[in-house]
Design a protein around this ligand. Sequence first.
Ligand SMILES: Nc1ncnc2c1ncn2[C@@H]1O[C@H](COP(=O)(O)OP(=O)(O)O)[C@@H](O)[C@H]1O
Ligand SMILES: [Mg+2]
Length: 581
Amino acid sequence: MIKTLGKELKEYKLVSVLTPLCMIGEVAAEMIIPKLMGKIVDNGIYGENMAYIFRVGVMMLLIALFGLAAGLGGAYYGSKASTGLAKNLRKAMFDNIQTFSFSNIDKFSTSGLVTRLTTDVTNIQNAYMMLLRMAMRAPATVIGAMIMSFMINPKLATIYLVAVGVLAAFMVIIMSKATVYFKEVFEKYDELNESVQENVSAIRVVKAYVREDYENDKFKKAAGNIYNMFVRAEMNVIKMGPMMTATVYVCILLISWVGAHMIVAGSLTTGELMGLLAYCMNILMSMMFLAIIFVMLTMAQASGKRIAEVLEETPDITNKPDAVTAVPDGSISFEHVNFAYNTTSEEPVLKDINIDIKSGETIGIIGGTGSAKSSLVNLISRLYDVTEGAVKVGGIDVRDYDMETLRDQVSVVLQKNVLFSGTIIENLRWGDKNATKEDCIRACKMACADEFIERMPDGYDTYIEQGGANVSGGQRQRLCIARALLKKPKILILDDSTSAVDTATDAKIRKAFAEEIPGTTKLIIAQRIASVQECDRIIVMDDGQISGFGTHKELLENNTIYREVYESQTGGANADFDKQA
Ligand SMILES: Nc1ncnc2c1ncn2[C@@H]1O[C@H](COP(=O)(O)OP(=O)(O)O)[C@@H](O)[C@H]1O
Ligand SMILES: [Mg+2]
């Protein structure tokens, strides 16, 4: 984990080293000042030597300025290093997520990824800053102050040594208890984020089902859980407060009492006593900081693990080194294809699929929900890789193609399609970024989208909200078809893409395809037999297997599933594949 995260330091390695160096400079200044202070008291004030006071005073001022500069430098470099690390981590994660295949994405939840990119990185950033600035500073102060004290008076310094030992022991006990709670808090954060994310992105559904109260309850529980855990963790931490104070005062009392006796006996000067008291405070404050670092690091550890998971996830679909960069034609063949989403699951989703589709054919695919129609077509543009067998496009295994080449030529309108925030024309240009307005209009005409776009107030410059919230389902589907057409693909796949479009428009779109892009291989997944009956051939899917493959006429004659559904759909009854099955 540390190695994975450390790799992202990159250009911030130098500042990461400079920060602790600056901090050591600051500690050195802090160590010298009490010593000089003691000297002023002993030699200047008791010795009534004004010139000495002035000289050492100026020296103290200069050292204080040096300390200030070092402190500022440490703060500056520390911020630079930690925000830089955060920036690199976010970029590395985002870049890696972009390379994920569909099956990689299946492993992480959206809210999980968002939390990792935001909160988790912030935790690491804060912990790293603390680590750079304090991890050197605090132990350096404890050791430095200890040495200075021993140099002044070993007998009194032993008092702190004992105090520090006692305090450290207590701290370890309390903190190890608190960290257990802190760790749990971060697991609960995921629950809270999931609840928020799910609710906000599906707020319309929540409202439609009047589930606001239930959602409120769920959120209250998640937030309450975090509250309880934090209170328990903090309860442990605040026990440190009184203990620290008690130790500090006992220390001061002991030093003052023993010190006073020594001053009277002449073995210690007033100035030295003052110095010792200052070092005492330094040591105890640093111990406090060490405790805080300890807590922050435990919190960061959980976050770091989650970030490393994303960074270490390797895309399971990649380009071969000598990938093919041209698709000869739009023919498709499946050769003994088996496919499972999860290689460890027993039952494959697709079982021994064998099909041959000629370039330019129009193929209908029909079957009940869950019969693996989407899974079948997703293998063609290599959104998933086959488990066994091979899928070939233009006679070449899809795994041998350069992915961009393949996906440019195989245009898919996914079943769960979305539009992005931006104007209609910007959305269309996802298909082809160099498309002219005329190209866009032509594609929209084919997809029957031009009629409603022209009625919109800003036409093609109408702004689409995130996810296409301000267009209807059927309008969104037609825009997605137009976007896919702009790629001018050799193969066009429509995964139930006209389900929300009325039958007349649906027929118009199919007619336009037949006339305008006759050379393109078209795969049309549909629920209505009317949507596919004019296709050259039709595939009937049943539970991950091909139950029939032929023309409408052939299937009516020899495929019982197809015939029964056809009869019920044309006979006025509203049966479909699911009810039939
Ligand atoms: N991303 C996925 N991960 C795991 N299983 C999936 C995934 N997508 C679909 N499935 C499963 O694969 C089967 C076929 O689904 P799908 O191809 O979407 O059917 P269809 O498109 O015919 O409705 C279903 O049983 C479904 O539960
Ligand atoms: Mg589907």
